[in-house]
Ligand binder design. Structure first.
Ligand SMILES: Nc1ncnc2c1ncn2[C@@H]1O[C@H](COP(=O)(O)OP(=O)(O)O)[C@@H](O)[C@H]1O
Ligand SMILES: [Mg+2]
Length: 262
């Protein structure tokens, strides 16, 4: 298997809006891919199609040599693709440890939703794995803190730790560093990326901050108006004038009329 994920001719329309147009990407195992692009460029739509949260209008998605196009998200998760959301999806009233136990138990329950709902959260295997996950993501000191009162950076780490509970081979992170300070961003990404390397997980992450992308991505996909307009190393992406414009916004055009003319 050369690519862990291969996307061909992927398209998604919402009425007259084309949110994804003819996307072709092959990701080799263990690559770290940064996805950039302005708001509305189609980044989340792309992630949602891979994870089965949206059904593509056209095209195919192949994961580990298996066509997963349009499969339900729960099945795709079981096959080994996990994700985090821009807004962490955690149980606010539970502690960090209880959240982690729940994610671990749910990830390992065979047989779909009924079995998941009946799975005891405090099975010994789940407890051990949950403790290990909190250590790996460096949030063990928040073990007994209610999720509702966590600092945003810790909440993000917990969300990602929970996404990894099912031992995915591919992880998609949608803006993992949104809403946290620049100093915290690097700390968070250091922890996340070393944890994912430790587990041998291939990662695609959506990120607005090019400093983060340049530091952590092996490869950058730049989205514009539903299409991938650049695909290369962070250095290549940063040198591309179209990407510069994406990052800094369109340059103001020089005035075409001189003063005094109507
Ligand atoms: N569920 C939806 N229904 C209608 N339009 C949508 C939906 N989701 C996304 N879009 C539109 O698709 C385009 C791409 O959105 P999105 O993938 O969320 O962009 P990004 O994540 O890059 O900000 C936008 O024009 C957005 O308004
Ligand atoms: Mg988005």
């Amino acid at each position: 298997m050369s690519a862990i994920l291969a996307v061909r001719g992927l398209q998604k329309t919402f009425g007259s809006v084309v949110a994804a147009r003819d996307i072709n990407v092959a990701v080799p195992p263990l690559q770290t891919v940064g996805i950039i692009g302005a708001n509305g460029a189609g980044k989340t739509t792309f992630v949602n199609m891979i994870t089965g949260h949206l059904r593509p209008s056209k095209g195919t998605i192949v994961f580990c040599d298996r066509d997963i196009t349009g499969r339900p998200s729960r099945e795709i998760t079981r096959l080994g693709i996990a994700r985090s959301f821009q807004i962490p999806q955690i149980f606010q009233s539970l502690s960090v440890f209880e959240n982690m136990c729940a994610a671990t138990a749910i990830a390992h329950a065979a047989g779909g939703l009924p079995a998941q709902l009946l799975t005891p959260w405090r099975a010994p295997g789940s407890l051990r794995q949950a403790e290990a996950a909190l250590e790996l993501f460096r949030i063990a000191r928040y073990r007994d803190t209610p999720a509702a009162t966590l600092p945003q950076g810790v909440r993000k780490l917990l969300d990602i730790a929970m996404a990894v509970a099912g031992s995915p081979r591919l992880l998609l992170l949608d803006e993992p560093t949104s809403g946290i300070t620049i100093e915290e961003k690097f700390e968070l990404m250091d922890v996340v990326m070393s944890a994912l390397k430790d587990r041998g997980i291939t990662v695609l992450f959506v990120e607005h901050d090019m400093d983060i992308v340049a530091r952590y991505a092996d490869r950058v996909l730049a989205f514009y108006d539903g299409a991938v307009i650049a695909d290369g190393s962070p250095a290549q992406a940063l040198a591309d004038p179209r990407i510069q414009e994406l990052i800094s916004g369109p340059q103001l055009k020089p005035a075409t009329r001189s003063a005094g003319h109507a």
